[in-house]
Design a protein around this ligand. Sequence first.
Ligand code: ADP
Length: 416
Amino acid sequence: MLPKRNKMKSVRARPLEAEAVHGIGARKDAETQLAQMQGKYRGLLEALRASEAKFRRIIESAPDAMVISDLNGRILLINAETERLFGYSREELVGQAVELLIPERFRGTHPGHRDRYAANPRTRSMGEGLQLFGLRKDNTEFPVEISLSPIETPEGTLISSAIRDITARKEAQEALRHREALERRALELKRSNDDLQQFAYIAAHDLQEPLRMVASYTQLLAKRYKGRLDSDADEFIAYAVDGAHRMQRLIGDLLAYCRVGTTGNDFRETSSEAALEQALLNLQSAIQESGGAVTHDPLPVVIADSIQLVQLFQNLVGNAIKYRSAESPRVHVSAGKNGAMEWIFSIRDNGLGIDPQYFEKIFGMFQRLHGRDEFSGTGIGLTVCKKIAERHGGRMWVESEPGKGSTFYFALPERG
Ligand code: ADP
């Protein structure tokens, strides 16, 4: 028993001490626990603060305007891009309804859309297929694209809207549409031009044969019956012969015009000086008859269809000789490069000159400033020249002063 009593005694004897010891221990435990909990809580709080700061930083540095709102559409948080895009300061926006940022005509329906989104919040773009607009503080509108995502927080679901200004993209799309429409029209125009050219070519070609018959038989009539019928008949037959010849020239020129586009040769390195020499050779008798002189500077090698280049020089120098004034014709051909990587050729004469009001007109088909009785011609020569220049990627124009002479220019791209 003793031991038991002893034990009891000791048990009974210990409580005060033990309790004291135990109390201290427990408090210490509790304190440590508390300290640990406080540490943990502090850590959690810091982590929370850090993650909130991180969240704000992410929102802040987003390339889009970010607007965080509650399910009632009240703005809670915005970033710098929102301030920049909409022209409001943070203070002006936080606490306001998101409808402030949309044009008035959409405001009526917006809360309904918002409620539907709140009922089924998920990440998606707003108003798919619709054209959305933002409204700046200065009341101007701009096209936008908006992505919505729900953010779950202990206080409930928030809505994050990423708003992107798509003005530049819209403008680029518009420019592309415009360019495509232009290209389509150019293609249609080219097609109808090609058709027309084809038609003109066939018609002119097929007309040649019966015309040759008319020309040769009227000529035969003139030869055989001149002076055998009355004077009226001689006159009428002469008109018929002249008419047939004129029509032959017209058809020949028309065919030459059609051939520029259809039967041209490839572009090769071509000496423009050699082309001019060839043209002068072809014009030799006309130049000699006129008592004129054609001079030229050294001329460059260009990328061209050599036959068409000869034709170009021949028409221009031929005109310079044909449309001469009372002075004997002086024609000078030269070429120089301009900044835009082109060779500019000029054919200068001292002839009749052209009134500036006709500078454009003379390049049109059948356009003539002189009557047939003054100068022969069909009014197609310059049209052919212009078409040749354009086929080479170049252009043509004229400068002139009536009574002083004219300078015809054509530009050819240096690289063909
Ligand atoms: P054509 O010589 O057959 O009439 P073109 O197309 O070559 O046809 O010329 C059109 C018109 O331009 C001519 O009728 C003439 O009135 C005018 N023209 C052309 N070249 C010259 C020039 N060098 N000087 C003055 N007028 C010119």
